[in-house]
Ligand binder design. Structure first.
Ligand code: BTN
Length: 257
């Protein structure tokens, strides 16, 4: 249960952010939560029952005690050191390559305000100067009234300490304020949520840190593969050149050398 103080913070901060952010209209901001991704899902379950939850809604927190990453990983979310946010939206009309498009939209928006360019590691990790600074987790589920909902989660490091960065083998976008990062990210998610255009995979490819022909180590469903990076296919899958030809992968992780 929330203390009176936390409740007051949540009410004030939510109301303030709702006014400051151009999108979405409804914002829930907590000092501390287990995971904004879980919070969004709990709200979606309520929505399925009584239609009380406005959509889209942004759930955000200063600190997460059990942040979740892709592929069962944890997302370390120290208080005040990053953006920990989930946008609960209706699944957009255009779903092709959605995870890639969300990552690309975020990388482009954040690059515009970050002191250093933000690139992307397939499928949607955010990278600055050779290290991961952010990640995206997208989950879809039924929300009642025949709606399919998507919880679009973003974890973005802004101020990891040197020790944390070493321990996590990650970095931060240093020099960017929380509110600027959150507003830019919100607009980037909105652009994808409202887009009806087919993805432009060639421009997404240009944001990637991978270069055609370079050696790639890749992990998927218990398999480890080494091959050459051969770009993306027409639905955004990773193409890897191996002895037998080209294999395309829809999910997995590129392992750093
Ligand atoms: C990744 O593994 O790279 C994705 C990380 C996603 C983390 C964000 S933080 C806000 C939201 N809540 C969570 O528990 N996870 C996502």
């Amino acid at each position: 249960a929330m203390s009176g103080d936390d409740q007051l913070f949540a009410d004030r901060a939510g109301a303030l952010l709702t006014r400051v952010l151009a999108w979405p209209e409804s914002v829930v901001h907590l000092r501390r939560v287990d995971s904004t991704q879980r919070l969004a899902r709990r709200f979606a379950e309520l929505l399925a029952k009584d239609d009380e939850i406005p959509l889209p809604t942004l759930f955000t927190a200063f600190e997460q005690t059990a942040g979740r990453g892709r592929l069962g990983n944890r997302w370390t979310s120290p208080a005040g050191e990053g953006v920990y946010s989930t946008w609960l939206i209706e699944l957009p009309a255009m779903t092709a390559a959605l995870p890639l498009r969300v990552g690309a939209s975020l990388a482009t928006a954040l690059s515009g305000i970050s002191p250093r360019p933000v690139r992307m590691k397939w499928p949607n990790d955010l990278w600055v100067d050779g290290a991961k600074v952010g990640g995206v987790l997208i989950e879809t589920f039924l929300g009642g009234q025949g709606k399919t909902l998507a919880a679009v989660g973003l974890g973005l490091n802004l101020g990891l300490t040197a020790a944390e960065a070493i321990e996590l083998r990650a970095s931060s976008i240093y020099g960017l304020s929380w509110i600027d990062a959150l507003s830019a990210s919100s607009l980037a998610v909105q652009a994808v949520a409202e887009s009806t255009d087919a993805p432009d995979l060639r421009s997404i490819e240009r944001l990637l840190i991978h270069r055609r022909g370079e050696t790639l180590r890749f992990k998927t469903a218990g398999r480890r593969i080494e091959g050459s990076y051969e770009g993306l296919d027409e639905i955004g899958r990773l193409r890897v050149g191996v002895a037998g030809g080209i294999e395309s992968f829809a999910s997995g992780e590129v392992i750093e050398a």
